[in-house]
Design a protein. Structure first.
Length: 237
């Protein structure tokens, strides 16, 4: 078995969140996390294309990832930050079906949006970095997430037998509920009460585990962020 060399800050990179307790400059963490995320996305979508062929939306999105990588690489060079090792390519695994891969795409983009929200909070004094991160976050929210959502919905429609419209309608209804929840989480415009209400009232049995896992992680990050903001306000009183 081939030994995969690990990054010295793997614990930070793999969480896609800045760790203020880790012995590495915050700016370095921000840029290394962002570009490592692009490496992970590129390797994942490349693997999907290798397995299933040149299919959309993976073909278009992987080209966008190249552009994102180049923009971040320029920032790493400007601020003299070491490029992370691509230790993900040899360990990557993808789901068995194309539908699950599209669900994974939705999950990844939801997580990306939350990740950029975290990183942007540490770059207030770096307008050039904020500009790039905002653009990449917007691409995830406005383009990639939308494309993967549509691919998932198309897959439901194609795979559902025509003589079972009630089940298909239920699947679409649940997907729409998930999209609404994901949009609120991604934009940060959701309260803890709304989170609990939506989760308790929605039967998401048609939705893949990877997607739910990422959504759950994003929800927890949003709840933690809001709780921290409330604690800070209390301390300032």
């Amino acid at each position: 078995m081939q030994t995969v060399e690990k990054n010295f800050d793997a614990s930070v990179l793999e969480k896609f969140r800045v760790d203020e307790t880790f012995d590495e400059p915050i700016l370095h963490q921000v840029l290394r996390i962002a570009i490592y995320n692009e490496l992970v996305a590129y390797e994942t979508y490349t693997k999907v294309i290798q397995h299933f062929g040149a299919i959309q939306p993976f073909v278009n999105i992987i080209e966008a990832e190249k552009t994102h990588y180049a923009a971040l690489l320029a920032l790493l060079e400007k601020y003299q930050v070491e490029l992370p090792l691509n230790d993900y390519s040899l360990t990557i695994q993808i789901p068995n079906t194309l539908q699950e891969c599209c669900e994974l795409g939705v999950a990844s983009e939801i997580e990306n949006i939350a990740m950029y929200d975290n990183l942007l909070g540490y770059t207030n004094n770096y307008a050039d970095i904020q500009d790039v991160l905002f653009k990449l976050q917007a691409a995830s929210y406005n383009n990639h997430l939308v494309a993967f959502r549509q691919a998932v919905q198309n897959s439901y429609s194609q795979n559902q037998p025509q003589n079972q419209p009630p089940i298909l309608d239920k699947a679409h209804e649940q997907l729409n509920e998930l999209n609404a929840l994901a949009s609120k989480v991604a934009s940060g415009n959701i309260s803890q009460d709304e989170i609990m209400k939506l989760l308790s009232s929605t039967n998401l049995s048609f939705i893949g585990g990877a997607l739910l896992g990422a959504l759950g992680g994003a929800i927890m990050n949003e709840m933690t962020k809001k709780n921290n903001q409330e604690e800070t306000k209390e301390e300032e009183k």
